[in-house]
Design a protein around this ligand. Structure first.
Ligand SMILES: N[C@@H](CCC(=O)N[C@@H](CS)C(=O)NCC(=O)O)C(=O)O
Length: 312
């Protein structure tokens, strides 16, 4: 197991903590505070993300689609090493940290738990506001912005119903398939993944967006898994009954999302694929698969993280 126990880093990094029956169980996030729904002080709040991570991608997309780039700084920790996520250049981090666990320690010197992205960091008060992507997404959506809400009140019940279904069967379902250590756990997860894709493909017949006539949180949640599916989950997570691209309505939805202003800039196909391929528990040689080809508007070759804006 690799996580913090009362402020100490324990063990080498592994993707899961064993629970005994071969099934992958995702732990609950620990920091669960909220931002006030007012315009944030520039330079105060920082989002720590990784190109690989679909959960961090949710938060990045909320920041982009709500036009919050000027008020929420972003930093990328690109490699998941033996001591948690590592910043390629420690000056990327507002406090000069090399490892993400150091940021967790700043927030809580006796922290116990996994060290995950995304993290919404308050640089003024030196604390983690929240490290649960669904809550970060919702609180960014409440900040003042000219962009429409991703969670409009009249559509919220439908958005949340899709979100709950997609989370269990698809967003986390691919992880349950990929990190399963028994045939039964894998079979159970992978059937659910493709059943969900079938339901979504049917639902998107004649529709542009999952709920209503504009992109919402439901589309964001689908997109972060869709973007990774053929490049990572199909091969490395053995979700290979069909390709995502074999579903015409789902593929059109993926392309529609990628065409929204700023969305392609939140995607790095190469870094994402390399990130999954570096997880030795599922890919002992670390070899990075070649395909699939780049998606429209998305770079398929390595690129550098954008220069960070320094906080206090
Ligand atoms: N429930 C969390 C999950 C976040 C999560 O699991 N992030 C992964 C990257 S995709 C991570 O940082 N894993 C490191 C670890 O578990 O040690 C959320 O949605 O924010």
């Amino acid at each position: 197991m690799a996580r913090m126990i009362e402020g100490r880093w324990e063990g080498d990094w592994r993707p899961t903590d064993e629970d005994g029956d071969g099934a992958f169980l995702r732990k609950d996030s620990v920091f669960r505070d909220t931002l006030p729904p007012t315009r944030p002080e520039p330079g105060r709040y920082h989002l720590f993300a990784a190109w690989t991570c679909p959960w961090a991608h949710r938060a990045l997309l909320a920041r982009t689609l709500k036009g919050l780039e000027d008020v929420i700084d972003v930093h990328f920790a690109n490699t998941l090493g033996d001591h948690s996520w590592e910043f390629e250049d420690p000056s990327m981090s507002p406090h000069g940290d090399r490892w993400l666990y150091e940021l967790y320690l700043r927030a809580d010197p006796a922290y116990t738990g996994r060290v995950t992205v995304p993290v919404l960091w308050d640089a003024r008060d030196g604390r983690i506001v929240n490290n649960e992507s669904s809550e970060i997404l919702a609180m960014l959506d409440r900040l003042p912005s000219d962009a429409p809400s991703l969670r409009p009140a009249d559509l919220l019940p439908e958005i949340e119903a899709w979100s709950a279904r997609m989370y269990g069967a698809l967003n986390n379902g691919v992880y349950r398939a990929g990190f399963a250590t028994t045939q039964e756990a894998y079979d159970d997860a992978v059937v659910g993944v493709f059943d969900m894709l079938d339901q979504l493909e049917a639902h998107l017949e004649g529709r542009d967006w999952l709920v209503g006539d504009r992109p919402t949180e439901a589309d964001v949640r689908l997109f972060v898994t869709a973007f990774r599916f053929d490049a990572a989950y199909h091969s490395l997570f053995r979700c290979n009954l069909r390709r995502y691209a074999d579903h015409p309505n789902l593929l059109a939805h993926l392309e529609r999302m990628l065409a929204l202003p700023g969305v392609a800039d939140t995607c790095d196909l190469h870094a994402m694929r390399a990130g999954y391929a570096s997880v030795r528990a599922i890919n002992p040689t670390g070899i990075v698969p070649i395909g699939p080809h780049p998606l429209p508007g998305v770079s398929g070759s390595p690129r550098r993280s954008p220069a960070p804006q320094r906080g206090r």
